[in-house]
Design a protein around this ligand. Structure first.
Ligand code: F0G
Length: 458
């Protein structure tokens, strides 16, 4: 196996979807209509859609077969028990509460645990997590290690929590901290993994202050693969065992099955605390549905159950992590600044480094993302000052980094699609000095990146 270096996708294609290259003029018009916000485009006008790896992956033959087994009973469906067994095989929590996606789990959990005066530490909150924390009046605190905030710093586990900083927060404000979170992998910090040693250290601190420790587990299988590859002692441990070891360190989790559930929709909230579970289930019934389906169809529960068994397979994870690295390494060799090392689900272009002539408050990430679409029909997403710069009090400040994320949907694009992406990014990077910044002409008060409208600066 190791004799050959070509990445062979561990599947062949069973069903295809057409994609179409538009002209630069067509894309320019589409941008004007969308207010230069790539979320506003018609997806049919996108050639290679790297907006997100969430819910955009290809399901397997076995997942589609499982869809046919979906049982749509309102309560106690057999599909629920299939789902529950598959979740518990990796995450043996007492209480598993299905939700329609990750943010629904966050909304429910923080409605119970959040509130004014509370503070939630995390390595880095994802945008919906931060928004759900702040919506309750609580404070979302990001405590990733210093290397995790420096795009060019090399570190095998750049997603790690700064355990000393966590200790300082708890020493001062433990009574205000209802839960400590760690996000695996750390999406907003570049898709970087968290080590088992770091999770163990966070557990130790939480134990001393008697505070529950939860995971945002969206990309747990990718994180486990990095532990296997990079952390001493894990080379010969199977990924499902690594996941179960992680599960043993935490009190609960939120999960979006649209990532490492390999499904197009779904998620869950899980925990061991019975009283907390009861409070969460009561809210679930208000907004999601009965506790044995929680906003999902029985067929979705079946697809996730199969996906969870596929996502921890070593052939799949080796291909997954190597193919993301293939894109990152090629751009790095071409001198395009990226977050290093390359994360699990995406390559993050460092727009602030590539476009030093565009000030953070003129949104260099937005400028780069728009250029990739305009020139090559590639859609990425700004993760920077547009996404994180507007604070709940209405003030604006530059984010820690201005990145453009090229997220790779699971099992969806081939190596030649990625070769095309490399060609376009290089072309745009060579002409970076010609790009101009943007200003925002219209925006909501929260999660502005989804709906804000922009105008190019002269
Ligand atoms: N947590 C993390 C780390 C995420 O990456 C996401 C979603 C969520 C929570 C929320 O899950 O979308 O199912 O409600 N991330 C997607 C992305 C949207 O593009 O990174 P959801």
């Amino acid at each position: 196996m190791d004799r050959w270096t070509t990445i062979v996708e561990p599947f062949r294609i069973h069903s295809v979807e057409p994609i179409r290259l538009t002209s630069v003029e067509e894309r320019q018009r589409a941008l004007e209509v969308a207010g230069w916000n790539l979320f506003g485009l018609h997806a049919e006008d996108v050639l290679i859609d790297l907006l997100t790896d969430s819910g955009t992956g290809a399901m397997s033959r076995d997942q589609w077969a499982a869809i046919q087994r979906g049982d749509e009973s309102y309560a106690g469906s057999p599909s629920w028990f299939v789902f529950l067994d598959a979740v518990r095989e990796l995450w043996p929590f007492e209480h598993v509460i299905p939700t329609h996606q990750g943010r629904a789990a966050e909304k429910i959990l923080f409605s119970v645990l959040g509130g004014p005066g509370k503070v939630i530490p995390n390595n880095t909150h994802f945008d919906t997590t931060r928004a759900n924390v702040e919506f309750t009046g609580a404070e979302a605190l990001d405590l990733v290690i210093a290397e995790g905030r420096d795009p060019s710093a090399d570190h095998p586990f750049k997603g790690n929590m700064d355990v000393d900083a966590l200790e300082r927060v708890l020493a001062e404000r433990a009574a205000d901290v209802p839960v400590v979170f760690v996000t695996i992998t750390n999406n907003s910090g570049g898709g970087q993994p968290v080590s088992m040693a770091n999770l163990r250290a966070v557990r130790g601190v939480c134990d001393r202050y008697r505070i529950p420790f939860f995971l945002d587990g969206c990309r747990f299988a990718e994180n486990a693969w990095f532990i296997k590859e990079r952390e001493p002692g894990y080379a010969d441990v199977a990924v499902p065992d690594i996941v179960r070891e992680i599960a043993g360190l935490v009190d609960g989790m939120t999960m979006s099955a649209k990532k490492d559930g390999m499904a197009n929709i779904g998620g869950w909230l899980a925990m061991n605390d019975a009283a907390l579970a009861t409070a969460c289930r009561n809210l679930l019934i208000l907004t999601e549905g009965f506790p044995t389906y929680g906003g999902l169809a029985g067929r979705d529960l079946e697809a996730i159950a199969v996906g969870l068994r596929e996502v921890v397979q070593h052939d799949y994870l080796r291909y997954r992590i190597r193919s993301t690295a293939y894109l990152g390494d090629a751009l790095d060799r071409a001198g395009v600044p990226i977050v290093k090392p390359v994360g699990g689900h995406a390559v993050y272009l460092d727009a602030r480094a590539l476009l030093p002539h565009i000030a953070p408050l003129q949104y260099p990430g937005q400028a780069l993302a728009v250029a990739l679409y305009r020139e090559g029909g590639i859609r990425g997403v700004e993760i920077g000052t547009v996404m994180f710069g507007l604070h709940p009090d209405g003030t604006e400040a530059s984010a820690a980094m201005d990145l453009v994320r090229l997220a790779i949907p699971r099992r969806t694009y081939t190596q030649s699609h990625i070769d095309y992406v490399i060609e376009v990014v290089r072309w745009v990077a060579e002409r970076a000095a010609d790009l101009r910044g943007y200003r925002i002409v219209e925006q909501p008060t929260q999660l502005r990146h989804f709906t804000a409208r922009f105008e190019p600066l002269p």
